[in-house]
Design a protein around this ligand. Structure first.
Ligand code: GAL
Length: 693
């Protein structure tokens, strides 16, 4: 398989995807832009502001995603004059425009006249005018009104060359709440009926024999509301179904707008939406009809400690890389629609990012193959709900803030780098040989959230920990769904893949038999797609594949440190551990070193056909065991790795290597003697960047 595999990679690495060819110029590599809200500023300042943007090096701007009230001040009366003026002034300063549909913020006339369009929260209260994303994806009325608004905009800008593309809505989601409105309720029943056909099928799938939860008709079903199910949930999978339904509703609302835009505008204008990275109440991958999906990114807002004592100012090292690798593979192209400009306002606390951090994030975004990067936002607001949020320029509207200066520096560097760009540069062989797929299905997130089994379980934390481990070995990663052909990836990791069916396990087996290296981690294979255990031995679905039985699992409190031994080293864990019983032919790589099961296997490995299967049965807090095991997997498969110090991300794109230091210490990067350093030095300070070829 190795031969065919590398040939496959050589063929694909230099090729631009369809969307890339259509909307972006490869020789530009990345284009940089910034959000602007003309409706919030004195029109007399627009020209000055666009000029400043352009002078700073920006190549595009972004507008209108919250301007429904200004574009349709009364029902059916559209006013695009002010927007035309803004587009004209942007174009005067050579700025392309990403135009946005305003469905995130319905105007007050709309919610007063049609209150049925509002989201109903878990508490039974409805959303109120003055916030955003408070409309129901399920409301037929809202779809109708949105469709009219979007059609008017699309027709207005249909063949306007100044419009680069479209963003639908803004961060589609309800920011953590779900919709329990009558419209959602009605659509949920229809969705269930479509899925299960008969109520008997639903009863079986939902396991309603438990706690007398049985239904005799679809009309009896209410959306499961965890606030009201206060003493436990009879059917956890009913909640998973509701989350699947909600994600489908969001996707179809976005699709509805996508269809309206595409039916009206020139094929040269792209259509995307900007999804929040890491928010799992929606599923961006469901929108395959968009030209590509893009993402929003705020690494520093009081929610992470990062690496070392200044990590809270730098952000998690994996965060931007993970988003790049999650959003890009769907269509082979992505961009970051919002990148943090500096200090923000909405975190639990809002520290200043480390000096140079914005510049480091920009390079990290570039390194993931992105075609554009857009900053949120140009001017710091003087009023409104985000007052303390930095912009590229401060409250006086003209003075560049520290983030603005870092954008400026980045854009100058990119202009220099473009001179060195060579089309169709092949990925270095050694790097391509490490290409890794990380399998992801949001069902596993939802299911383990409903029944986590330990308060310490967080599926995304586990997945990103595995991802970080791979990145520390300097491997390129695609995060992909189950439909993806895996044969071009020498290594495939399926972290905590709790829900599997026979077809998926057969696909994994075939991949391994053909020479692939599969790595599975804790909790994998325990349940079917309905979240049921199988009437068989524990984890029966994967026992043959991994060549081991899983005798039991254990989990501990956060302050206990239990031990695992691997290669003569001790690792600590307390989240989740599977006790493995290897069958003949399966090697034990790591064992538990204490607790009553000391000596039982924690990590096992076997050959199967031309490939290998490894099961990592322990989830550690620091991910060190996972990283060291993965390193051994690559090395045994003859794949060289290039291990980086904790906090360092190394990526390659278009012939250039980019290393970024997210740790709080100085580090020295291994750069080959004959390499040419373009920016920076191999000694990286915190937030340091080095680019070489
Ligand atoms: C994003 C959002 C923007 C703005 C920004 C502030 O999540 O899409 O509209 O609110 O946060 O950081």
């Amino acid at each position: 398989m190795k031969k065919t595999l590398l040939m496959g990679l050589a063929l694909t690495c230099g090729l631009a995807s369809q969307a890339q060819k259509q909307f972006f110029k490869p020789e530009k590599m990345v284009e940089t832009g910034v959000y602007y809200y003309p409706e919030a500023w004195d029109p007399a300042q627009w020209d000055r502001d666009f000029k400043k943007m352009s002078d700073m090096g920006f190549e595009f701007t972004h507008m209108a995603e919250f301007a429904w009230g200004q574009m349709e001040p009364t029902e059916g009366q559209y006013d695009f004059k002010w927007l035309d003026k803004a587009v004209e002034l942007a174009a005067k300063h050579n700025l392309k425009v990403i135009m946005c549909t305003p469905s995130a913020t319905p105007p007050v006339w709309l919610t007063r006249k049609y209150p049925e369009i509002l989201v109903e929260m878990q508490t039974g209260q409805t959303g109120q005018h003055g916030t955003r994303e408070h409309y129901s994806w399920s409301s037929a009325k809202y779809r109708e009104l949105t469709s009219k608004m979007v059609e008017a905009m699309a027709k207005h800008f249909a063949n306007d060359k100044r419009i680069w593309g479209w963003q639908i809505d803004n961060e589609p989601s309800h920011y953590g709440t779900y919709d329990y409105s009558p419209a959602a309720q009605a659509n949920f029943r229809i969705w269930l009926q479509k899925k299960y056909k008969t109520i008997d099928n639903l009863n079986k799938a939902w396991g309603t024999a438990f706690w007398s939860a049985i239904y005799s008709d679809f009309s009896q079903i209410e959306i499961p509301n965890e606030k009201r199910l206060y003493s436990g949930i009879a059917s956890p999978i009913s909640v998973v179904d509701f989350k699947r339904f909600s994600a489908d509703e969001c996707a179809s609302f976005v699709s509805m707008q996508c269809n309206v835009i595409k039916a009206n505008v020139s094929k040269e204008q792209f259509v995307t939406s900007n999804f929040m990275h890491g928010h799992t109440d929606v599923d961006p991958w469901r929108n395959k009809d968009l030209d590509f999906i893009s993402y929003t990114m705020y690494p520093v807002a009081g929610y992470t400690k990062g690496v070392g004592d200044q990590g809270f100012r730098l952000g998690d090292p994996w965060r931007i890389s993970y988003a790049n690798d999650f959003f890009r593979p769907l269509k082979g192209v992505t961009g970051v629609m919002e990148l943090q400009p500096g200090q923000v306002n909405w975190g639990s606390y809002n520290p200043q990012p480390y000096p140079g951090a914005v510049h480091a994030w920009l390079w990290n975004a570039f390194a993931g193959g992105l075609d554009f990067i857009c900053s949120y936002r140009f001017r710091q607001p003087l009023f409104g709900g985000e007052q303390f949020h930095y912009g590229m320029v401060g409250t006086d509207g003209v003075t560049e803030l520290n983030g603005g200066q870092q954008y400026n520096q980045f854009m100058k560097e990119i202009r220099e780098l473009r001179k060195l760009y060579k089309p169709n540069t092949q990925m270095p062989k050694e790097y391509a040989a490490r290409k890794t797929a990380l399998l992801y299905n949001v069902d596993n997130v939802w299911e383990t959230t409903v029944q986590p089994q330990t308060y310490q379980w967080n599926q995304i934390t586990h997945v990103t920990k595995c991802y970080n481990a791979v990145k520390l070995l300097s491997a390129p990663v695609d995060i992909v769904g189950e439909d993806r052909d895996l044969s071009s990836y020498p290594v495939v990791i399926a972290p905590a893949y709790q829900m599997v069916d026979e077809a998926l396990v057969a696909k994994w087996k075939k991949y391994v038999e053909n020479g692939g290296n599969l790595v599975l981690t804790v909790r994998t294979g325990l349940k079917d797609r309905n979240g049921h255990f199988r009437e068989a031995q524990w984890a029966n679905a994967i026992v043959d594949l991994i060549g081991a039985k899983i005798a039991m699992n254990d989990m501990l409190d956060n302050d206990i440190k239990a031990k695992v031994s691997f290669n003569g080293n001790t690792y600590f864990w307390n989240n989740w551990a599977d006790m493995l019983e290897p069958m003949q032919g399966t090697e034990t790589w790591a064992t538990y070193a204490d607790q009553f099961y000391a000596g039982k296997a924690s990590v096992i490995h076997r050959k199967l056909g031309k490939g290998t299967v490894t099961y990592i049965g322990t989830d550690t807090d620091d991910g060190k065991l996972e990283k060291d095991v993965l390193k051994k997997v690559y090395e045994l498969a003859g794949i060289s790795t290039n291990e980086q110090p904790e906090g360092v991300m190394v990526n390659w794109r278009d012939g250039f290597w980019i290393a970024v230091n997210y740790s709080s210490s100085n580090v020295t990067i291994n750069i080959p003697q004959d390499a040419k350093i373009i920016f920076g030095t191999k000694e990286l300070t915190p937030a340091g960047v080095v680019v070489w070829k």
